[in-house]
Design a binder for this molecule. Sequence first.
Ligand code: CA
Length: 229
Amino acid sequence: MSRRVLLVEDEAPIREMLRFILEQSGFDVTEAEDFDVALEKIKEPYPDLILLDWMLPGGSGVQLAKRLKQHEYTRDIPIIMLTARGEEEDKVRGLDAGADDYVTKPFSPKELIARMKAVIRRVAPTSSEEMIEFNGLRLDPVSHRVTAFERPVDMGPTEFKLLHFFMTHSERVYSREQLLDNVWGTNVYVEDRTVDVHIRRLRKAISESNHDGMIQTVRGAGYRFSTKL
Ligand code: CA
């Protein structure tokens, strides 16, 4: 089933370029060129994701995001803000308004698609049987197999569970405690340090194919699985 994307962008050439990229990646695209048209197009069947330009005729993307987050039916639609601005402060404003992610123009099509998929996955977690792949690292929950560029990767059951959790929750930081709750379960007593041990083993298992860099230590916060450095 293809995902529906509402593309809100006033500049026709960018809109056309984006439509092309999105359709090539299998998305079903609806366009809106300004604030009012965007509002009109946000109705049943609701889009699975909105790509929202920051500066729009008729109102800003931030205003639109705020409005959508106030309504029950549109609150959960993920939003990725598109903007020419790269200021940290703007980013914070966009995220405060309810955007789920933020892409600065000019962006690479590949990066945009990866971010879109990550956001969709986060909002509607993949069914536990779906095959997941990032940069050639593939995890098949059904056969319990991990491959890196099609070559089998050996790992223990805990590392497998940890990797599965990371791959279905990418681009987000998790504390050791959160990882314990999600991967080991809330009723299990294990020390925080155990997480570090298994992270180390997991990194080692995927280091031969250079995928270990995707398991990132975030100082003072925990760990993150990310395709970005
Ligand atoms: Ca614009």
